[in-house]
Write a protein that binds this ligand. Structure first.
Ligand SMILES: Cc1cc2nc3c(=O)[nH]c(=O)nc-3n(C[C@H](O)[C@H](O)[C@H](O)COP(=O)(O)O)c2cc1C
Length: 197
């Protein structure tokens, strides 16, 4: 196991731990919680899948009329959280969310299965649904609408990139003497520190 305390770059630690998680987690090693807060300060959290990451940030895709998108429009600050049970590790990342470019969203949308593409059109994510049948009927209508042609990315569907301001790497240790390593951003420089567990 790689020790975060010994490493000096938060992106390198993320890369190393994520690679280990891909080997060890049963499924969805890229699943993360994204926590947002709306203009009133009300927090809400839900799982999404990490679909891209590099030194500019961490990207996920969603409906831009969803509850989370509404909160993000009101308050771009957010936190993401990975918990890899088999490794007994957690990574917390805080920062600001911005919508990805249309080119980035188009490129990712094109990699999705056709049914997932159709689902993005058929789902009014986060809005009330009277019955499962209504949703299935909308899906069938969407199938018919795009029969014989490529499915374009819906205008209300895109991605967000979280640009990190803070990382925390948490590693389980014996007797609950866990290890917490933090990195705080100051322009392009990262300051490393530790926290009591
Ligand atoms: C493991 C997992 C992965 C998920 N991935 C996504 C995702 O990548 N994008 C998304 O919009 N919803 C995803 N969801 C569904 C969300 O958790 C959530 O139900 C949905 O986005 C609506 O959230 P909202 O009403 O707060 O906007 C996922 C759920 C789970 C359990």
């Amino acid at each position: 196991m790689i020790d975060a305390c010994a490493m000096t770059d938060p992106f390198d630690i993320f890369e190393t731990w994520f690679a280990e998680a891909r080997e060890t987690e049963l499924n969805d090693s890229n699943a993360m919680t994204i926590a947002t807060a709306d203009a009133s300060g009300q927090p809400s959290a839900r799982m999404v899948l990490l679909k891209g990451h590099d030194r500019t940030g961490f990207v996920f895709y969603t409906n831009q009329e969803s509850r989370k998108a509404q909160a993000i429009a009101e308050n771009g600050k957010a936190a993401i959280l990975f918990h890899w049970k088999s490794l007994r590790r957690q990574i917390r990342i805080e920062g600001v969310l911005l919508t990805v470019s249309d080119e980035t969203a188009d490129a990712y949308f094109a990699t999705r299965s056709r049914d997932s593409q159709l689902g993005a059109w058929a789902s009014d994510q986060s809005r009330p649904l009277d019955s499962r049948e209504t949703f299935e009927a909308r899906f069938a209508e969407t199938q018919a609408r795009f029969e014989g042609s490529d499915v374009p990315r819906p205008p209300h569907w895109s991605g967000y990139r979280l640009t990190p301001q803070r990382f925390e790497f948490w590693q389980d240790r014996e007797h609950r003497l866990h290890e917490r390593t933090i990195f705080l951003r100051d322009d392009d420089h990262w300051t490393k520190g530790m926290l009591y567990p």
